[in-house]
Design a protein around this ligand. Structure first.
Ligand SMILES: Cc1cc2nc3c(=O)[nH]c(=O)nc-3n(C[C@H](O)[C@H](O)[C@H](O)COP(=O)(O)O)c2cc1C
Length: 415
């Protein structure tokens, strides 16, 4: 028999902990987000469908992106025991410079479309966290303004080589003059991937007011207030003729670029030269032979070739082949700090986050990006502590098993 008594009012009062509600709605909203998926849900509520889908979507059936994310979920960690992890050091060096965390912000085009603070929010948050920020050729903030927003931490410039070479080369010179230390040369975009959500939404640059977009605007008034009351949304380095991002990419990018372009860029760029969008071991080797300072294993967040290789699966072999000669970084599909830790354990020196940052931006501008970085940093630290490693250099392949759901047929020819 359980002994029972009448509850005493003083004991009930002790249990009551009403918090004074915060009047800062944005703060409340962002603090309620515990994961990047939570930020994504907030972002979806607050952003017009065409802008959200441009960010969230990938190419064709979006198989590349789903598989890349699944590969991170299919990680089994193997923790050590009885190690002192009272403090952990998350800092690292990448492409010849420091980063306080083992991830940086990936280059993304048309960022002010998602939320008007755009690249300034990303660069400012990166500066505050001591991590690198990468500005896209298709950025909506100028090279010089990004340098001003992030004067202390590192800025990287992402290059698309365009039909009009003088435009691309002019940007390279400006980035060098503004103190950007690394050039990410993107090579997976001879033509634009088929972003079907953009076509279905009738998404165009600049966004157009149609009956549908106006209806869609009703529950998202703040995005439209921002859009209509802040400087015009346009590419900082390109002039747009209208149409979808895909159409713009196709008209601006040169599908005939080759290793000769790599040599020309190497010649003109004084900083570190990194090739982004590497997807085979053979190309990683070839680039290493050409003396690049780093490679980024990436399928562009699944936005280009669908059914592309899963970067996380490519990683061990690429690191084994070229990791002693060049820095290998990875992106596509990272939604959790554990994805970052697993990548480092499998040999990556660094990771880039695209959508994880943009969901934060759409959820709350600069404060939202700060929140996204804080969520990921917290997850990195906790995962490292639970694995009982005190620094990123201690992470090794023995900490991870990549569980396979999809495996190549046994007679697959290796490339
Ligand atoms: C909205 C959006 C725009 C992007 N624009 C560019 C770009 O202009 N140049 C580029 O090299 N990569 C671009 N990317 C790819 C990212 O740099 C990165 O490779 C990708 O987002 C990583 O995958 P994740 O979004 O799953 O983190 C873009 C990605 C997104 C989501």
């Amino acid at each position: 028999m359980v002994e029972r008594q009448m509850p005493r009012p003083s004991e009930i009062f002790e249990l009551l902990h009403f918090k004074r509600p915060s009047l800062d709605l944005k703060k409340r909203r962002l603090e309620s987000a515990l994961t990047i998926e939570d930020l994504r849900r907030i972002a979806k509520r607050r952003t017009p469908a065409a802008a959200f889908d441009y960010t969230d979507g990938a190419a064709e059936g979006e198989i590349s992106l789903r598989r890349a994310r699944q590969a991170f979920k299919d990680v089994e960690f193997h923790p050590a025991i009885l190690r002192d992890v009272s403090t952990v050091d998350t800092s690292t060096t990448i492409f010849g410079g420091p980063s306080a965390l083992p991830f940086g912000i990936a280059p993304t085009g048309f960022t002010r479309l998602m939320q008007t603070e755009g690249e300034i929010a990303g660069a400012g948050a990166a500066g505050a966290a001591g991590i690198p920020f990468a500005l896209s050729t298709l950025g909506t903030t100028s090279i010089e303004d990004v340098a001003a927003a992030n004067p202390k931490s590192r800025n990287w410039f992402q290059l698309y080589v365009m039909r009009k070479r003088e435009i691309s080369y002019g940007l390279v010179e400006r980035a060098a003059a503004a103190g950007f230390d690394t050039l990410l040369f993107t090579v997976d975009t001879p033509v634009a991937g088929a972003r079907l959500r953009d076509s279905r939404n009738g998404f165009s640059i600049p966004p157009q007011l149609t009956a549908r977009t106006i209806l869609d605007a009703v529950p998202r008034p703040w995005w439209w207030v921002d859009f209509l009351t802040t400087p015009k949304l346009e590419f900082a380095s390109l002039s747009s003729t209208g149409g979808t991002v895909g159409e713009l990419l196709d008209s601006a990018m040169d599908p005939s670029i080759s290793f000769e372009d790599l040599a020309v860029i190497r010649e003109m760029w004084p900083g570190k030269l990194v090739v982004k969008g590497v997807q085979t071991v053979a190309d990683a080797q070839h680039l290493t032979d050409h003396g690049v300072d780093g490679i980024i294993l990436s399928n562009h967040g699944g936005r280009q070739l669908d059914r592309a290789p899963i970067p996380f699966h490519l990683l061990p072999e690429v690191v084994r082949e070229v990791g002693h000669h060049t820095d290998v970084a990875i992106d596509t599909g990272i939604m959790h700090g554990a994805d970052v830790v697993a990548s480092l354990a499998m040999g990556a020196r660094f990771t880039l986050i695209g959508r994880a940052y943009l969901y934060g931006l759409m959820a709350g501008g600069r404060a939202g990006v700060d929140r996204a970085v804080a969520i990921l940093a917290d997850q990195v630290v906790r995962t490292m502590k639970l694995l009982q490693v005190a620094s990123v250099d201690e992470l090794e392949p023995a900490h991870v098993t990549q569980l396979t759901r999809l495996r190549p047929r046994a007679d697959r020819v290796q490339v």
